[in-house]
Design a protein around this ligand. Structure first.
Ligand SMILES: C[S@@+](CC[C@H](N)C(=O)[O-])C[C@H]1O[C@@H](n2cnc3c(N)ncnc32)[C@H](O)[C@@H]1O
Length: 282
């Protein structure tokens, strides 16, 4: 089909995306991706005939979207903390509620040059947001997945950060072995149970990495290990800040033995308890 102008192709594409909550936004972003354009290029070209090949390239992207691919994986990027992160199917797509974890760390009384480790860094969003906000901090971004780490390192390079390093580790095992201690341990760990995995919406279950979400039969397996390992990696007075799932707060509170402060919990924008902060007192 020949299009008299880009506007016509745009409207037809939005029609093909009508199942989505934002068909016009998605149509524009997919056109920009297919054409290699910025937003301004899109608007400048609305009255012009679409470049040769654009309609075919765009159709491939729309078909992907129609088959359930999340927009962030098609576009290869996602915004978090007003920074742009490259994402691919090796890493979880950063969620807006995880910005609360960053906010929480920034609200803590920290020394001038805190040492911070982000456990399960994925694309590096938490570590990089913190390194950017706290230029004097020394941040370690850590993950079990080598592929996630290499993407996170690329993201830090794109943002030109020099105060983040990348370390492969099974939770905090590497740091325990090396006797490294931190003022802050931060994490958005896997916390989905096997039963809840089955109930996740299809795009999450079908496209996002299982190892980034699924913790085990109860959903608490990784948090349990993280809490017990954190004791050995936190300096006295240091903080553990982590995200957790709906209905887990009561069981997680029980993990903290004497020597830890009373946990403080922040709720997300829908009122669900989401981020816990605990201080190592002794
Ligand atoms: C929920 S994702 C969080 C990603 C990113 N920090 C965010 O907030 O969007 C959990 C991350 O933990 C990593 N992970 C899973 N098991 C791990 C383990 N045993 N040790 C270290 N990282 C692990 C996964 O590879 C994944 O990147």
């Amino acid at each position: 089909m020949r299009y008299k102008n880009l506007d016509q192709l745009f409207r037809q594409s939005a029609g093909r995306l009508s199942f989505s909550a934002c068909p016009f936004l998605e149509a524009r972003l997919l056109i920009q991706k297919a054409a290699g354009w910025k937003e301004a290029d899109f608007f400048r070209n609305l009255d012009s005939v679409p470049p040769p090949g654009l309609a075919n390239k765009l159709s491939v992207l729309i078909k992907k979207r129609q088959s359930g691919w999340p927009m962030a994986y098609i576009l290869g990027r996602k915004e978090f903390w007003s920074l742009e992160f490259r994402v691919n199917r090796q890493v979880l797509i950063p969620r807006p509620e995880t910005e609360l974890v960053v906010e929480e760390v920034l609200s803590l009384p920290l020394p001038e040059k805190p040492r911070i480790v982000d456990v399960g860094t994925g694309c590096g969003n938490i570590a990089i947001a913190l390194a950017r906000e706290l230029p004097r901090a020394r941040v370690v971004a850590s993950d079990l997945s080598a592929r996630a780490l290499s993407l996170a390192a690329r993201n830090a390079g794109n943002i030109r950060l020099r105060n983040v390093v990348f370390v492969r580790s099974d939770l905090l095992s590497y740091f325990i072995e090396k006797r490294q201690k931190f003022e802050v341990i931060v994490s958005n760990p896997p916390y989905i149970s096997e039963a809840d995995w089955e109930k996740l919406e299809r795009p999450v279950r079908d496209f996002e990495p299982r190892t980034a979400l699924l913790a085990g039969p109860t959903g608490l397996e990784i948090i349990q290990r993280l809490v017990s390992q954190s004791w050995f990696c936190l300096k006295a007075g240091g903080f553990l800040v982590f995200e957790f799932g709906a209905g887990q707060e009561k069981e997680i509170r029980k993990l903290f033995k004497p020597g830890w402060s009373k946990p403080r919990v922040r709720s997300d924008y829908s009122g669900l308890p989401r981020v816990m902060t605990v201080q190592k007192l002794a």
